[in-house]
Design a binder for this molecule. Sequence first.
Ligand code: HEC
Length: 212
Amino acid sequence: MKKVNPILLSAIAASALLGGCVSRGNNPGWEYAPDMYYSKGYEPYSQADSSALNPHGMSMRTPAVGSVAVGKGEFVYPYENNGAGYELAGAELTRPEGLTDPNGRGEYLYGIYCAPCHGATGNNDGAVFQKAANLKPAWKGYTDPYIKTLPVGKIYHTLTYGKNNMGSHASVLAPADRWRVIDYVKQLSMPTASAPVAESADNAATEMESAN
Ligand code: HEC
């Protein structure tokens, strides 16, 4: 008689054993200490069949459409993602009063999210624009009159929704940070009015030389 393959035999035995534990539908099979899986207290997102009042037995109901979480009012943005919304934002939106810029946060965030395209000083010479010049906007850099005179509300709208080749930055910049970055863009667009970036770099170099 032919010998039975021992590997095959153990595979059959194992599947017969494990088969007893396989869950079917909502039945999880054997559970040890179910209290560890199913909390006795109400948990908003995990209790799926405890409440007699809510749909599907959920502990928490889905918030009503348009609800805003407490303290998240600044995320409400009433302007639509179209030309009319852009114009309205430009006409109505203003920088929040009393906004501070702790530790040069605007400049810091600009370096992370904007410089790769627009360049460290806003000359549209970042690594991306150097490689793909076809992506560049028509204006030459932030010192272009277009950016100098561009209403901050329009810039905020562009940061929120994106514009053509520039993507939305809403997921990486909270509203207050968008305004901080806009402050920095305006600072770069008028280098003579405030600290000129290139000059301060020169100063740093001179200081280092004199220290040596
Ligand atoms: C992927 C490259 C890219 C990145 C990253 C990027 N931009 Fe842009 N940006 C563009 C392009 C392209 C345009 C031109 C859009 C158009 O008008 O077609 C533009 C336009 C703008 C404008 C003019 C907006 C307007 O309403 O006309 C401003 C201001 C600006 N960017 C600032 C920023 C800031 C601030 C950041 C960082 C938060 C940033 N950009 C990140 C590519 C980029």
